[in-house]
Design a protein around this ligand. Structure first.
Ligand SMILES: Cc1ncc(COP(=O)(O)O)c(C=O)c1O
Length: 481
């Protein structure tokens, strides 16, 4: 397809510049001025035509990509998306994916170091995949030969097979929670657990609180279910009791979601005292808590789960995604007995049930001790990589924990936006997460940061990548634009 000359009029469009450009794209695609497969101008070309910065065009293209309008192909350019163009017969384009859960633009299919291309994905907090493979191979062979396989071909009772719920409880007990299998339900990972929790424990229009800088999947769930979200200010330990109380006095929240250990993205860990204070406020203002603890195994030193401070009103949420195996998509929630029925309905209405085959794989890894071993191996690897980060990024300001999978890196003053830096890094085949996406109050908090996951590829590759990243950070953004 040939490149089109496209220099849209932005008059009569609302919003910030980048939104206007994305809206102009949508308008001109709908009007047939741009067709499927058309190659759009480069960032620089369109920036020059519109008299804006390439960074603004980049944000516009990212937004348009999230809206399903265009695709970026590394080295080839940006194209109007192929497939159904909305028209009178097919008016319903899927609802735009909230910015919060979108992947970075231009991400290639296999963005894993050393897997057939040169991209390195530091934008998703995930475990080291190379450490998992031998365990997973062995577990799959065991499953194929296991006498329980036949049972796993059938539908399960509500909440999961009793053996799988028991394994979930055992996994939670290792994390320090006094868990009972009868209070456990299976979920398809922690993201699904969040969806189930918000859906079952709140109603449309309700207020949900979380940390002001937070994992974007929280915002996507809360907004997509029509609940309202506000962020509670953070300090070095995470959610601050003072601001939480202040917000509760103004309006009682239905639910507060808290990442108490290795908070995503700031990596803070709440002390036991702070956990107790949050639990106390939950009692005082009578709201429910979600303790999102999938990073609990990465706590630098043991600390009781937040849920254990208010078990009567807390849904404890975990998954195997970070500690054992992300793609088994297996999570567990533990809740007060009177919430079980509502939550089970929410699981059923969203996915009917978690795959018993996947659950059996997770169960056997938990029961034979391999899951624990895998989690410990990931933790040790994280510790080694955090040392590497200290060595290579020590000149920059960043927050992390000695055993965390990620760092929350402040850009030097010569940078004005994490998204802009992410765009530059993408040009160097590095994917990082710009800080803007983590701002729950959408007030620009986090704008000066990027979140970097340090677990991809080998340590040697990570050494190379972090060195490269440090070099890019030292480049003034004006040198690029
Ligand atoms: C705090 C937090 N909660 C939930 C999730 C979702 O995890 P899962 O892959 O188990 O769905 C993530 C993923 O990064 C996360 O960081």
């Amino acid at each position: 397809m040939e490149q089109v000359v496209w220099a849209p009029s932005l008059q009569s469009l609302d919003g910030p510049l980048y939104e206007k450009i994305a809206s102009a794209l949508e308008r001109d695609i709908n009007a047939g001025l741009l067709g499927a497969g058309d190659r759009l101008p480069t960032l620089k070309e369109l920036a020059a035509a519109l008299g804006v910065t390439p960074g603004t065009v980049n944000r516009a293209y990212e937004l348009a990509q999230r809206r399903g309008l265009i695709d970026g192909e590394v080295g080839r350019g940006t194209f109007v998306r192929k497939g159904d163009k909305p028209n009178a017969l097919h008016p319903a384009r899927p609802a735009p994916v909230p910015a919060a859960v979108s992947q970075p633009a231009s991400m290639p299919a296999a963005a894993e170091t050393g897997r057939g291309n040169d991209w390195v994905d530091l934008s998703i907090v995930k475990p080291n995949l190379q450490l998992q493979e031998p365990y997973v191979r062995a577990a799959l062979l065991d499953l194929a030969n296991s006498p329980v396989l036949a049972d796993m071909l059938d539908y399960t009772p509500d909440g999961g097979h009793p053996l799988h719920r028991e394994a979930g409880a055992a996994w939670m007990r290792q994390a320090g929670l006094q868990a009972r299998a009868e209070q456990v339900l299976l979920t398809a990972g922690a993201q699904h657990g969040l969806l189930v929790a918000v859906n079952a424990l709140t109603r449309p229009g309700d207020l949900v609180l979380c940390e002001s800088l937070c994992y974007p999947g929280v915002a996507s769930v809360v907004h997509s279910l029509g609940r309202r979200l506000k962020g509670v200010r953070l300090d070095d330990e995470g959610m601050t009791p003072e601001h939480l109380r202040e917000l509760c006095k103004a309006e009682r929240p239905a639910l507060v979601i808290c990442i108490a250990t290795c908070q995503n993205p700031t990596s803070s860990v709440m002390s036991a005292v702070r956990r107790g204070q949050i639990a106390e406020i939950a009692r005082e203002f009578d709201f429910a808590l979600v303790d999102d603890d999938l990073y609990g195994f990465l706590a630098p030193s043991p600390v009781p789960p937040l849920a254990s401070f208010a078990p009567e009103r807390t849904l404890y949420l975990t998954s195997l995604s970070k500690s054992v195996l992300s793609t088994v998509r297996l999570g567990y929630l533990h809740c007060p007995p009177e919430w079980l029925a509502r939550l089970a309905v929410s699981v059923r209405s969203s996915i009917w049930m978690v795959s018993p085959l996947a659950a059996q794989l997770g169960t056997s890894l938990i029961n034979n001790g391999r899951a624990h071993e895998m989690a410990q191996a990931q933790r040790a690897e994280a510790e080694a990589r955090q040392q590497l980060a200290r060595e290579l990024l020590g000149a920059f300001e960043y927050r992390s924990q000695p055993t965390a999978f990620h760092v929350w890196l402040k850009l030097p003053a010569n940078w004005t936006s994490g998204d802009q830096f992410a765009a530059l890094a993408r040009g160097h085949q590095l994917l990082v997460a710009g800080g803007e996406a983590f701002s729950m109050n959408r007030d620009g908090e986090g704008r000066q940061y990027v979140r970097i996951s340090i677990m991809a590829g080998s340590r040697e590759q990570m050494r190379f990548v972090l060195t490269k990243l440090g070099g890019l950070m030292s480049t003034p953004d004006t040198a690029w634009f």
